[in-house]
Design a protein around this ligand. Structure first.
Ligand SMILES: Nc1ncnc2c1ncn2[C@@H]1O[C@H](COP(=O)(O)OP(=O)(O)OP(=O)(O)O)[C@@H](O)[C@H]1O
Ligand SMILES: Cc1ncc(CO)c(N)n1
Length: 285
């Protein structure tokens, strides 16, 4: 008899617990595209369905905490999860359900992107959920990836300069997180600099800031690429380095989608590494 199990190829597997973006640029859709591009089998547990496009979020329909728990259980009971990320969690009930599931399955390679508001200003994490987010979820995670406004909200600090960034990162580590990546997308300057802190050392990951409005879903894509690296067994440092290269390519090789703040190009990173591959530029020719 053929041993079907052993004749099949093992691939890294990653789970995203996040909201659905009907426009395809952020949330679950961005995460699964990124996992696929980086050679990882992607799975999802949807926390909320958003009616959304490049002009903004038109409606948010959160799922029940039970629905979120059941999706995570279905994946966890059957399929190995090498790494996971969370995105839009919306309510304290969903945060509590997710934290309970992380404890149930004892998953450790966990990335939390503390999604709070969409680029157009719509609320993706309710004010009342902030305390559960900090107390119940953050102590269970390996890496948290706030942008500057999210780090300000998590710490209550005002972040204006490099010294403030370092102080905020230290405060986040004190919550029990292993690594903090403070993203520099919301700053100004020639370079977009992401700061990594492991509780001992700071390191910076820097790339040329691209002059574009088409940054819908950059945070989701970056954290998904980081999660894919962890699923492959990379160290956090190497996974951040790869994620930075992935998002840089995705912003740089922009695509024209929608009339507002457009998404990034999820296949640019792989194309840049595949000689002779079809490019977004060629499709316009
Ligand atoms: N204009 C840009 N040029 C180059 N890199 C950028 C630019 N904007 C953002 N980045 C990079 O993209 C990644 C995501 O950062 P950003 O601060 O935009 O996340 P975010 O605000 O959480 O995104 P979102 O909320 O849209 O999902 C970081 O690595 C950041 O340095
Ligand atoms: C569903 C969803 N998650 C995250 C973001 C943040 O980019 C968004 N706009 N939508």
């Amino acid at each position: 008899m053929v041993d079907v199990q052993s004749s099949r190829r093992q691939v890294p597997r990653a789970l995203t617990i996040a909201g659905s973006d009907s426009g395809g640029g952020a949330g679950i859709q961005a995460d699964l595209k990124t996992f696929q591009e980086l050679g990882v089998f992607g799975m999802s547990a949807i926390t909320a369905v958003t009616a959304q496009n490049t002009t903004g979020v038109q409606a948010v329909y959160p799922l029940s905490p039970e629905a979120v728990t059941e999706q995570i259980r279905s994946v966890g009971r059957d399929i190995r999860v090498d790494a996971l990320k969370t995105g839009m969690l919306f309510s304290h009930e969903i945060i509590e359900a997710v934290a309970a599931s992380l404890e149930e399955f004892k998953w450790t390679r966990v990335v939390v992107d503390p999604v709070m508001v969409a680029k157009g200003g719509s609320v993706l994490l309710q004010d009342a959920a902030l305390s559960a987010f900090k107390r119940k979820l953050l102590p269970l995670v390996e890496v948290v990836t706030p942008n500057i406004p999210e780090a300000e909200r998590l710490t209550g600090m005002t972040i204006r300069n490099a010294s403030n960034k370092r102080d905020a990162a230290k405060q986040l580590i004190d919550l029990g997180i292993r690594y903090v990546v403070m993203k520099g997308g919301h700053e100004t300057g020639e370079e977009a600099v992401d700061l990594l802190y492991d509780g001992y050392c700071f390191s910076e990951f820097s790339a040329k800031r691209i002059d574009t409005v088409h940054t819908h879903g950059t945070g989701c894509t970056f954290s998904a690429a980081l999660t894919a690296g962890l699923a492959h067994g990379l160290s956090v440092e190497l996974a951040v380095q790869q994620a930075k290269a992935f998002i840089q390519a995705a912003i740089e090789d922009g695509i024209q989608i929608g009339g507002g703040i457009g998404p990034t190009n999820h296949w640019a990173y792989r194309q840049q590494r595949t000689p002779g591959a079809w490019t977004a530029e060629q499709s316009l020719a």
